[in-house]
Design a binder for this molecule. Sequence first.
Ligand code: 13P
Length: 332
Amino acid sequence: MNEQLLMKTASDMVKKGKGILAADESTPTIGKRFSQIAVESTFESRNEYRDMLFTADKMEEYISGVIMYDETLRQSTTSNDKTPFTKLLSDKNVLPGIKVDTGAKNLAGAPNEKITEGLDGLRERLVEYYEMGARFAKWRAVITIGDSIPSDHCIVANAHGLARYASLCQESNIVPIVEPEILMDGEHNIDTCYEVTNKTLDCVFDVLKLHNVMLEGIVLKPNMVISGMECDQQANVDTVSEMTVNALKENVPSEVPGIAFLSGGQSSDDATLHLNSMNKNNVSLPWNLTFSYGRALQADALIGWGGENREKGQEAFLNRAKNNGLASMGML
Ligand code: 13P
């Protein structure tokens, strides 16, 4: 394990003014996104869509890394030169990343709760991914808020999965993005989200330490502390920003170089405003706060592209990337 390399990669991922594009939708998930714009999901259309995003002019000014799905990591540009995406990105100083979990499945003994799978064979897959150019990885654990859940069983089992994944990544000199996502679905209020986020982060860092994960060589990807989607009272931007930073201060050790939020179903505007407020109101935090958005970076771009209009798709993507880059410095 090369500690210096891991630390450098992790700090490059969360450099001020930049964040991560999560373009690692699995084939079924990108299929759902394409069906919303009436585009058929094929190997070629997925390649073309990712090409549109990755070749957007000067995207590297705002994007430090791109998370890809296995299929995408093996794809190339659609122009005549057929440059592998990993080379295209590295040549622009954008770090190639790879989603390595195999999805959230039902957790035995815990009705309505999920456990993320993908540990079997992970060591060998990571070696191959590093050789292909991947320098960081992602594993998403899913915690659901509902009647009497999350259970301790679910939180502990998912923290264990995240820690085993993270130490395997570091063994292969790949920086693990540690993503414990508390879902926004539900009627719960922001206080409940705060409690569950606190408890989950506390457990995740306990287990990461138990597994000897080097905290200087990870990036945390949490949810923001936010009202449930069906809650009558939606907390305002300042409240989300303050409660999120409080949960992080309570639980995230200062060795962690950076925190890159998921958007999780927030509107694209909300995701940007929340990040901006956190950075504007907190100038001396121990970690950089930035974005690792999927939907909040791509929703406009998908509509603009619509299966054929590359220029419109790229314009929409760059606009969101630029605003989130500014938000990562509290400059909006
Ligand atoms: P969203 O920003 O759409 O939540 O996606 C981020 C991600 O990578 C989820 O795992």
